[in-house]
Design a protein around this ligand. Sequence first.
Ligand SMILES: Cc1ncc(COP(=O)(O)O)c(C=O)c1O
Length: 353
Amino acid sequence: MATHYPSAETRSSIINPMIIDLRSDTVTQPSDAMRQIMADAKVGDDVYGDDPNVNALEHETAELLGKQAGLFLPSGTMSNLAGVLAHCQRGEEVVVGDKYHISCDEAAGVAVLGSVAMHTLQTDGFGRFDLEQLNAAVKPNDYHCPMTRLLCLENTVGGCIQDQDHIDTLVDCAKSHGLATHMDGARLINAAVAQNLPPARLVQSIDTVSLCLSKGLGVPLGSVLVGSSVVIERARRLRKMLGGGMRQAGIIAAAGRYALQHNMDRLAQDHKRTQKLATALEGLQGLHFDRARVQTNMLFLQSPQMPDLANYLAQRGIAITAIGENSRIVLHMQIDDAALQQITEAIQGFFHE
Ligand SMILES: Cc1ncc(COP(=O)(O)O)c(C=O)c1O
């Protein structure tokens, strides 16, 4: 069974010699400036609420996203889980896109740990489902049915920016059915930067938002869940229950604060380089991709020769995710213009050989 990740045996041999890692933007390394901020960070015990950098990060992220309160968690997965469980009780149901991270890549945590059912809606190549699907998914108030409690959205989905009017329409519809709303905004800042909109505008109608610091923003780990003070207090208890209460977490939170100040606008460079790469690869015989889906920092390639291409690139120090004929390439802050040129030449070289 193919997975996103290399097996344990191949992991060390793949990763160590790699110079250019395009598997994900989670592979980003903290910069020297970020490491210095971490080394100098004032810390306290965050489970006691004493860590000044965690408190500040939670406050600053809530402000950035236009919400009352924030909660720092070790991962996006735990942030989504705490967010969903802060809205739902056992036996209730969330409506979520079938390709979203919550339904595909979080080991069914909401079902396993929260006894919350997932009703997945088929999404198109851009990560969208429509209003009719949502309306049809909401169960009647009938004791045979799970209670539909929450709508989960995601932005970006596979690098695609979700249309703001459409999100607002879906949220209005969810609210008309009495549902709460949660946004997996792991890469929300990519969507905001690409549209030149304030991040708060993208989530103004959403109840809770999970923002990852560990993707394109370049922090080693961590996510912040934001929402109303009441919901975030429920999530704080859940974080403790899930084992996510951290102690001198300010070392990481300080990196998160640095990223919010210095690493948001630069995502535009990743987007620009992704477009440049797409332009360079267009028209190569044997390689296909949907140019319309190249919207932020991801490129999804198809080729019957994909396994050979992945090996060819690996021999040249370039790592990509390849599953069967499909590959995902993700650009991030470690991919500068020189690296981009190396990647472009290597892929062109393979198809011209
Ligand atoms: C869209 C999305 N949501 C959530 C997550 C989970 O983040 P983490 O790996 O920090 O658990 C990821 C991770 O790649 C993601 O891509």
